[in-house]
Ligand binder design. Sequence first.
Ligand SMILES: [Zn+2]
Ligand SMILES: [Zn+2]
Length: 346
Amino acid sequence: MNTVDVAAAIPIPTPVPIPLETPAQPPSRLHTFISWTLGPLYIAAGIGIFMGVHHYMPMSPFMTYIVMNAFVIVMTQVLELVFPYEKSWRKPDDQFFNEIASTFLSATVGHKIGKTIAFACFGWFLTWSRANGGGAAAPWWPTSIPFALQVLLAFVIWEFGLYWNHRFMHGWAWRYHSLHHKLRRLSWINSGYGHPMNFLLTSLFSYTALSFSGAPVDVLIFTGYLSLSINFLSHANIDVKMGYLNLFLNTPELHRWHHVRDPESAGRNYGTQLIIWDLVFGTYYLPKDRLPSRDLGDDTPAPSSYLAQLLAPFRWVQSMSWKPVIPDQRMAFLPARAPERRASPE
Ligand SMILES: [Zn+2]
Ligand SMILES: [Zn+2]
């Protein structure tokens, strides 16, 4: 069977664009005021939920994760309803079922397997730490600094794994990540939209980095809690202005640039929760003079059913058509400006 026959045998609809409801008028002063105050309040509320649940609802770490997630989801959903960035993104599109299935099934299963492999292969220290009450650290871990700083340090190391995994996804592993870039709208519900292999590799990279950090288990548990408070932020369809927080966190303002079809922002803002490694490796992108388009997603066709999306990366011919539409993304392992330098005459 030749390639044309195989491609023709798979029903692949072209994605339907969402009609946008972007307001033509500039926002009112009240709207602007709320935009600028809501971002810091969201972060404060996320950390407040984390502190409140930890202090007043003592539970196992697993149940704490579940309860914290529920609080943050309710907060984010309410804000998306009353103060959206793009009104049309509130309406579910034809991928709504897949978004839910992916966020609650693909992401959970993928992360779980990746985390298990990472800890089984590299987490010998964590096993030892747990056996010693969870607070034992590797000799190189700075136990003398305050606990909160240890949590932040672990967060930065964790993000190092997340950052390089995302760059890897935009290169050699694009076929597992491309589904995430077919989103036509952004909402907290689709922050976990993607192929299970995407999430497996994400956890494999990031928990391997954490395993080698030598941080004690107690620190890692709190790092996980801290991450939950901003877990859904980057995709949140809330009209927030994050100001200086854009230099620390992967905010909606930054992550929208990662999803638009724009050659300038292609291969930028790879951060998942923090943005520090984009600043370090030169992939940070947040122009002051323009806003990202609200027309998201690449136009390459994708299967529409959940099962077909699970199988797609393993079908050779189809997955080969899932290349990044913007070539810069394929240069993921080179420095951000490398293609231009290579092209210029010496
Ligand atoms: Zn990406
Ligand atoms: Zn995304």
